[in-house]
Design a protein around this ligand. Structure first.
Ligand SMILES: C=C(O[C@@H]1C=C(C(=O)O)C=C[C@H]1O)C(=O)O
Length: 252
């Protein structure tokens, strides 16, 4: 069903499908580098006297620049370090306001950060040394932003699902019944398709391309089986968590 803002569940799902490409390409890029412990060390041994890890500092400062030029005016963008972000110098955009205003209070980037560093990175890279720390940090930030955008897109998914069936969702929202909301918004067959598709995309995007017809002897730049695991264990459950959090505030 199309709503006044033109959003449909199909258009939202198409965006999620396109975002899979961004996530998989960014992980393939990140898999070129090792895990450099100095980048993630919470006492920042590279810059003594500076608090937080080197990655945290690079991300915080990169976000500050991007905030100044309007990145966080868009409801699909979420900062990893939202405290003390500079105001935007860019005039407000005319992006249609499709979400309930309470959406702005939902930001699960801390959970996404911990999942990325502690669970996902070890599946695609191993410890080693590489001197260009900022290059690796930039690659981490690409992955983090792509994952964050996808997971917080749950707000848009939830808005469309609510508009499509408000009479079913409203009683569960009023009763603050998380389990009932989770049941209503879950489509297991869609989740199975997503897992199969991301595995296939990783195989296709990660293959060696050469001018013979052997598709790179089946070699792959990233283990394709990481993708269904990433999506099944973290990306989809976190997207659904965002959906539930949004719905709980939808009638405020
Ligand atoms: C995002 C949706 O909601 C849920 C989460 C999914 C996901 O994160 O890919 C897929 C199906 C649903 O269980 C959706 O319905 O498309």
């Amino acid at each position: 069903m199309a709503h006044a803002d033109g959003l449909t569940l199909e258009s939202i799902r198409n965006s999620l499908i396109r975002q899979e490409d961004t996530i998989i390409f960014s992980l393939i890029e990140r898999a070129k580098y090792p895990i450099i412990p100095q980048l993630y060390d919470s006492r920042c041994s590279v810059l003594p006297g500076i608090s937080g890890s080197l990655l945290e500092n690079i991300v915080r400062e990169t976000e500050a620049i991007q905030a100044k030029y309007g990145r966080y005016q868009f409801p699909e963008e979420h900062s990893f370090f939202p405290d003390n972000l500079p105001d935007s110098l860019v005039p407000p955009n005319s992006y249609p306001q499709v979400l309930h205003p309470a959406a702005a209070s939902i930001n699960i980037n801390k959970t996404i950060w911990d999942m990325y560093i502690n669970k996902l990175l070890p599946l695609i890279a191993s410890e080693g040394n590489y001197e260009n720390y900022t290059c690796v940090a930039a690659s981490d930030l690409e992955c983090l932003q792509a994952l964050s955008r996808r997971i917080h897109y749950g707000k848009f998914v939830a808005e469309v699902k609510f508009k499509d069936a408000s009479e079913e969702y409203s009683p569960a929202i009023q009763a603050k019944d998380r389990d009932a909301l989770m049941k209503l918004l879950t489509f297991e067959s869609v989740e199975e398709m997503v897992k199969r598709r991301v595995e296939k995309k990783a195989k296709v995007f990660g293959q060696e391309v050469n001018l013979n017809n052997d598709a790179g002897n089946g070699k792959c730049k990233i283990d394709p089986s990481v993708l269904p695991c990433l999506y099944g264990e973290w990306v989809m459950p976190l997207t659904k968590h965002v959906e539930v959090e949004y719905l709980l505030r939808r009638l405020d």
